[in-house]
Write a protein that binds this ligand. Structure first.
Ligand code: NAD
Ligand code: UDP
Length: 319
């Protein structure tokens, strides 16, 4: 039985990953400090005999014997990562050092959840892994972007210097059930605004683009990446190449929810990337033909249902 440590296990992506790993017969430890994660994301797994929950902050070392480490601990939405930017950098950098140190000591394989944000506001479109990016080192998004870039550097250096078996994936905008309702990301914002009949807030004129990936497709890509041979280290883009303007997304959400909400335009945040789309050629080649299976419309349906139920449950305000 493979023993797996998932940092950030109580978060949106982490909770889906824990669920999937357990269903495949792994023993899973979720490590989380609950900054943006929530025990309610994993409460349905608690009775599983091979699931363990640890409250811990990755900025301090943690020792355990496992075969694989998925390093996801880090707030992912601009609202949350900008709340305490110094802590965000510490989480990415010291978290990477601590988890890489652990992987080195116990000879575990370790996967880093990196991000399309390493490309910044990209001048190459779609983004390929060999593009070095266009990142402002001192802007509002830098704590996240530069923290994640430094984590990639650390992963490569631990690999080169200490032979640690590493895997780096660059995740593009991912959505689905268990996104934090107040994290301000565009899909959760639009769905909740539409369901509550509030104004749909488009930042800027809505011509900026994103490519949205459903969480199950991401988890499949992560698992396949972890299983590759040791010579496959990445970075590899994991995302859905279907590219939409934010305006198009707003119209889809309004139509699918049958909402009477109206669209309003608010100022666009500084350094907000203008366009983003993954080139997934490398993922298809290296991950056994992996490609996203869930079109945006189907994924939105599932996510709308999740937020409808959350609103009905009465738990919404306590999240
Ligand atoms: P999330 O905020 O839901 O999950 C992050 C988890 O990490 C939370 O449970 C949080 O409590 C935990 N955490 C934060 N700081 C910690 C610390 N110091 N110690 C221990 N735990 C800590 O976000 P998510 O969307 O699930 O993202 C998971 C990972 O995937 C992140 O590393 C993120 O950067 C990466 N990623 C996500 C996306 C996306 O669109 N969701 C895109 C690119 C990269
Ligand atoms: N956005 C928006 N309205 C919102 C939230 C976000 O128009 O209520 C825009 C945001 O400015 C960005 C895009 O949607 O251009 C995606 O934002 P998100 O925070 O989801 O992800 P990221 O910017 O990190 O890719």
């Amino acid at each position: 039985m493979r023993k797996v440590l998932v940092t950030g296990g109580a978060g949106f992506v982490g909770s889906h990953l824990c669920e999937r790993l357990l269903s495949e017969g792994c023993e899973v430890i979720s490590l989380d400090n609950y900054f943006t994660g929530d025990k309610r994301n994993i409460v349905h797994l608690i009775d599983h005999p091979y699931f363990e929950v640890v409250r811990h902050d990755v900025t301090t070392p943690y020792l355990v014997e496992v075969d694989e480490i998925y390093n996801l601990a880090c707030p992912a939405s601009p609202v949350h990562y900008q709340y305490n930017p110094i802590k965000t950098v510490k989480t990415s950098v010291m978290g990477a050092i601590n988890m890489l140190g652990l992987a080195k000591r116990i000879k575990a394989k370790i996967l880093q959840a990196s991000t399309s944000e390493v490309y910044g506001d990209p001048q190459v479109h779609p983004q390929t892994e060999d593009y070095w990016g266009h990142v402002n080192p001192i802007g509002r998004r830098s704590c996240y972007d530069e923290g994640k870039r430094c984590a990639e550097t650390l992963f490569m250096d631990y690999h080169i210097q200490n032979d640690v078996r590493i895997k780096i994936i660059r995740i593009f905008n991912t959505y689905g059930p268990r996104m934090h309702p107040n994290d301000g990301r565009v899909i959760s914002n639009f769905i909740i605004q539409a369901l509550q009949g509030n104004d749909i807030t488009i930042y800027g004129d809505g011509s900026q683009t994103r490519s949205f990936q459903y969480v199950d497709d991401l988890v499949e890509g992560m698992i396949r990446m972890m299983r590759t041979d040791d010579n496959v280290i990445g970075p590899i883009n994991i995302g859905n190449p279907g590219e939409f303007t934010i305006k198009e997304l707003a119209s889809m959400v309004i139509e699918m929810t049958g909402s009477k909400s109206k669209i309003i335009n608010l100022p666009k945040p500084t350094d907000d990337p203008t366009q983003r789309q993954p080139d997934i050629g490398k993922a298809k080649e290296m991950l056994d033909g992996w490609e996203p299976q869930v079109p945006l419309k189907n994924g939105l349906e599932k996510t709308i249902t999740y937020f409808e139920n959350l609103l009905k449950s009465g738990n919404f305000d306590t999240w």
